[in-house]
Design a protein around this ligand. Structure first.
Ligand code: KIV
Length: 271
């Protein structure tokens, strides 16, 4: 049976199996129970309650003000809509400022919001934290490349890893975080060739957003694929409503294009 059969509850083992079999992993964000249910029934493997909710739900201009309580509220309602998909919650800005805070907050995500995994921005500097969460039995998705919570330090929303030294650093970050126990890597706004190198090097699955089609899976912000996000739609995103008659069809079309590695094409990737 295919690892992504619709009856099969997705776990970290299924994601590893999908990578091993070369089956692409389809992921989307969600923020409420109705969309969560629709995504779950449309074959989406992983649902992320992203702190992108600051922008697409709250109308903020960055993810920085999003709080733990807001993440837990949305995480809890999304978890009620999922039977099959694995649920990841984003650790909001400063919720992981110390290891102790991160352990307490990640624990709240698991206990109060039904998370199956937590996502953290940051590179090799998060090694100790990932080791601690792993020891506590909390699965971790490490987020490399463009890290929106560090937008002010990065000087804007820019493609990351374009030169040899930043590319080498990203390869090293990926290696260190995997060794520390990360179960999943997410690469945001990374040149396709570098994302391919990270994916080939990693034995854990690598999910891309603006990282080309060679990663083990893809994620996009739900409201971007439905063409309803307020504000700027990134180059790497695609409005699936333009080729669909319903929201369900748009989501199914995205899942299908991800499975067949037809999304993203070169138009939605960075060189
Ligand atoms: O917050 C979010 O939705 C994310 C995705 C863009 C990957 O981190």
């Amino acid at each position: 049976m295919s690892s992504h059969s619709l009856q099969h509850k997705i776990t970290i083992n299924s994601l590893r199996e999908m990578k091993a079999q070369g089956e692409k992993i389809a992921c989307l964000t969600a923020y409420d129970v109705s969309f969560a249910q629709l995504l779950d029934q449309s074959g989406v493997d992983v649902v992320l309650v992203g702190d992108s909710l600051g922008m697409v739900i709250q109308g903020l201009d960055s993810t920085i003000p999003v709080t733990m309580d807001e993440m837990i509220y949305h995480g809890r309602v999304v978890s009620r809509g999922l039977k099959r998909a694995l649920l990841i919650l984003d650790m909001p800005f400063m919720s992981d400022a110390t290891t102790q805070m991160a352990v307490e907050n990640a624990g709240r995500f698991m206990k109060e919001a039904g998370a199956n995994m937590v996502k953290l921005e940051g590179g090799a500097d998060q090694r100790e934290l990932v080791e601690t969460l792993t020891r506590m039995g909390i699965p971790v998705c490490a987020h490399l490349g463009l890290q929106p919570q560090r937008v002010h330090k990065l000087g804007g929303y820019k493609v990351q890893g374009r030169d040899a030294s930043t590319a080498d650093k990203m390869l090293n970050d990926a290696r260190v975080l995997e060794q520390a126990g990360a179960d999943l890597l997410l690469l945001e706004c990374v040149p396709a060739e570098l994302a391919q190198r990270v994916t080939e090097q990693a034995s854990i699955p690598v999910i891309g957003i603006g990282a080309g089609h060679q990663t083990d899976g893809q994620i996009l912000v739900l409201y971007d694929i439905l063409g309803i996000s307020a504000g700027h739609i990134p180059k790497f995103s695609k409005n699936y409503m333009l080729q669909s008659d319903s929201i369900q069809q748009a989501v199914e079309c995205y899942v299908e294009e991800v499975r067949q590695a037809r999304f993203p094409d070169s138009q939605h990737s960075f060189k």
